[in-house]
Design a protein around this ligand. Sequence first.
Ligand code: ATP
Length: 587
Amino acid sequence: MDYVVIADAYGKMEATSKRLEMIDILVDLFRNSSKDVVSIIVYLTQGKLYPDFVGVEIGIAEKLAVKALVRASGVRESEVLADLQRTGDIGQVAEICLANRKQSTFFSKALTVERVYESLDKMAKTSGVGAVDMKTAVFAGLLSDASPKEAKYLMRTVTGNLRLGVADMTVLEALAVAFGGGREARGVIERAYNICSDLGRVSTLLVLEGLDAVRLLQVGVFEPIRPMLAERLSSSEEILEKFGGKCLAEYKYDGERIQVHKQGDRVVLYSRRLENISSQYPDVAVLIRERVGAYEVIFEAECVAVDLETGDMRPFQELMHRRRKYGIEAAVEQYPISLYVFDMLFVDGRDLTCEPLTVRRAVLEGVLERNSQLQIASQKVVGCPKELEGFFEESIAGGCEGLICKSLAKESVYQAGSRGWLWIKYKRDYKSEMTDTVDLVIVGAFHGRGKRAGAYGALLLAAYNRERDVFETVTKCGTGFTDKDIGDVYAILQNHVVPRKHARVLSMMEAEVWFEPCVVLEILGAEVTLSPIHLCAIDSIRKDSGLAIRFPRFTGKYRTDKSPQDATTSKEIAEMYQNQLKQITTS
Ligand code: ATP
């Protein structure tokens, strides 16, 4: 299949910010594609070659991309760099250069989707001596055979600048329409995606074997399951009422969520974002091999930094010292951890995700040989607010953040990839309307002055609207940042600057700099108010009003474990607003 078909579709996607139009364009693209390349298109459209958990990234350095462009177009490097300076868009530069190509190609080879994918794959996997030359040659080869428009998108793809704003849910919906018989099929396709986290795999299954095969897809080791998440409430009465009077309360440990996959001696650890983080926790792998009595398992645990001498839990931030490429042995020594296991999803061929919590928990207890480093989350069945409050206080005294209260009903399955009412978190900060923390996405910024000159003075932050798959601004925040944070945030954001408001961002406020939604920060707000400026949950409480967070302050916690889609949702902020009202009327 010719790459130009994809490039044309990208051109149309770029011209729209409407999700429904985006879906239509994708549906057309899928229908015009040969069956064997649908999965490739799914990956490429999201700027990937594989699902995230595989850890192979497309990106090549801009410098190398420029060299390849010079070689393919014959345009002088100084001219290319000047164009880049002027437009700030390396894709556009490639388009211009190839349109003004100084040398024609005599032996051009067709630019097919398959060839593009294979070449990018080869480039991504090459490292070591000679890698730069090889990558430059392969990429120059692709550009030589590309039309200006194809070159534009190839260039953006390899430099990690494609940014079409095609979210997972958009792809799922387009697949349902193109191959599943209609939008109704989305549920089945979404479930399959939630248990294997691989859109390409799901699309191949759907295209080649049909919707029934997708329905039958099972959980399997080394295919991370998208995590189940908790709703939140701020009183024990409300929590028990939701659960019909009784629930299982568990300590909410403040660490890093880890999904453990084991088959024999092979152990792979996935983060909350489903990245392979095994290299950060070699000690965990040893523990699992020694103390898990099953050949194949998938389970979830919170990994917490501990003080070995006192057994006390240490702050979440200490785990950040494990995020490093080199010197991990020293970090393992210096920052020891304990695992608190809280769910069992798969054991020796048995998929437990559709079993109720009590069954999963019983299996869990039978498989683990506990010690001080490998424990099971403390739990208690509670049937009245007093009991729940008592257990809550106990958890805080033990160094935890509060409780995760879990349904004991027959239907208490593991809801992969969704935030629902089967789990409800109850944290200390929800007890006071003035100290709720939320996780917000940076979508824009304002230049700093004085001490902050040359960096950003304030950030425009947004909540995630899951239904519409957009990011809606909710506050502007310049407080709580240390001098180091100011520098760090500026540096991090440079990779995400976009020339205008991103297609998936809804904002009435005009930021001075815009970003693609990527970076998530934890923010402590004073209260949620109605707002004429912010678009979070617009019209949901009152017509023409959105919601804003007043007096926001950065807590110092970078939520690197969260993707932008994991940020606090607009719906949650609307719930917080309503809870506040309730507290005011009852007090
Ligand atoms: P928060 O922002 O409150 O830390 P989150 O948004 O990352 O939470 P939630 O689903 O809202 O995710 O809260 C559940 C998180 O709490 C899980 O992702 C997990 O990391 C952690 N956790 C700690 N202890 C438990 C437990 N016993 N059961 C389930 N999750 C637990």
